[in-house]
Design a binder for this molecule. Structure first.
Ligand code: ASP
Length: 346
């Protein structure tokens, strides 16, 4: 009898128990000694043989310009999301980088761009893929996050949404850059008889065909954000989409752990869910950001696959890669301000 009444009580309690509470929003954490921090990348497909020393200065200038914009905005108290979006739009407008103007050519001679942005406060995010006429794909990713009920739009639907949102639509000709055209022609020639039909991991890394721009930011309010934008892979076919707009693969942000933006052989970053794994190792694995990034880049990926930039909720940053170089830059409120390309730091 006693057992029965306990059971009845328990059932009554369960029935009256309040519905499970929604998880509390992730409070910004104490940022230690740094008020704000920003790291950017401009792609890890860079080779010494393809960037003559005289071109290095131009790449570094492009990185510096974007980083300066980020630094100025952060000093004035801008949000991490606004900084990621503005810095990436600047890099998209720079024809040197494979995003926006300067995006690589597809097999059809077009440009198909992917982008993503993510808010570390609540994991809200916006991704787009395969857009051909949006001047700044990162603006569209932000609109998807803020103004739609979805997180990922593709192709013509994404473009219709962009027009509805009043974003700048350009003629596809806008994206033409002679250097990219010549690069595409070289790749077409090389692949004519090569192993283009190989599939899966055996297809190998697409040497010299990649590039992306990305940014991760901790703002003065203690909030993290990450974003990436890319033209993808030169001569890509069949609507190929890389890791950039795949949340958790190329892009991820959580105030609980880190903001991560990856660059490199996208198929490998998707297979290994790199961005989320780095954050998860920080959140659940007890690793510091540097150790988490190195684990993925050096123990999970293959040498030459690429790299990432990441910042944690205390403003620690890592710019880690296993390729010959990665266009990159970092700045924070302690006065750090640097750009680099090669593994030796230069
Ligand atoms: N990850 C990009 C892609 O696979 C390219 C890159 O970052 O270089 O589309």
């Amino acid at each position: 009898m006693r057992r029965l009444s306990v059971l009845v009580c328990l059932l009554a309690l369960t029935a009256c128990a309040p519905a499970p509470e929604a998880p509390a929003p992730q409070e910004p954490k104490d940022t230690g000694g740094v008020d704000w921090a920003i790291a950017i990348h401009g792609g890890a497909g860079v080779r010494h043989s393809r960037v003559p020393p005289e071109a290095e200065a131009a790449y570094k200038e492009g990185l510096r310009r974007a980083l300066e914009l980020g630094r100025n905005m952060l000093e004035e108290g801008a949000s991490s999301l606004d900084v990621v979006e503005s810095v990436l739009a600047t890099l998209e407008d720079d024809p040197l980088f494979n995003a926006g103007k300067g995006a690589v050519f597809t097999n059809e001679g077009t440009h198909e761009m992917d982008a993503a942005i993510m808010d570390g406060r609540d994991q809200n995010c916006g991704s787009i893929s395969g857009v051909k006429t949006i001047r700044n794909p990162i603006h569209l990713a932000r609109k998807v996050m803020d103004e739609s009920r979805h997180v990922f739009l593709m192709g013509s639907g994404a473009e219709t949404f962009a027009a509805e949102q009043g974003l700048e639509i350009v003629d596809p000709e806008y994206f033409f850059v002679q250097r990219r055209y010549d690069q595409w022609q070289r790749v077409v020639e090389k692949e004519r008889n090569a192993d283009a039909e190989k599939s899966g991991k055996s297809a190998g890394r697409p040497e010299g065909k990649l590039g992306t721009v990305g940014a991760v930011v901790l703002d003065r309010h203690g909030n993290l954000a990450a974003g990436n934008s890319t033209g993808g892979m030169t001569n890509k076919r069949f609507g190929r989409v890389g890791d950039v707009p795949v949340i958790g693969a190329g892009t991820y942000a959580s105030n609980r752990s880190a903001a991560v933006a990856c660059t490199g052989f996208g198929e490998q970053f998707i297979r290994n869910t790199v961005a989320r794994d780095v954050a998860a190792l920080v959140e659940f694995g007890g690793l510091d950001l540097e150790a988490a990034a190195r684990k993925l880049i050096f123990e999970r990926l293959d040498e030459g696959d690429g790299g990432l930039v990441a910042v944690d909720s205390r403003g620690n940053m890592t710019l880690t890669f296993n390729s010959e170089g990665m266009f990159r830059g970092a700045a924070d409120s302690s006065g750090r301000f640097e750009v680099g390309i090669w593994a030796d730091g230069e």
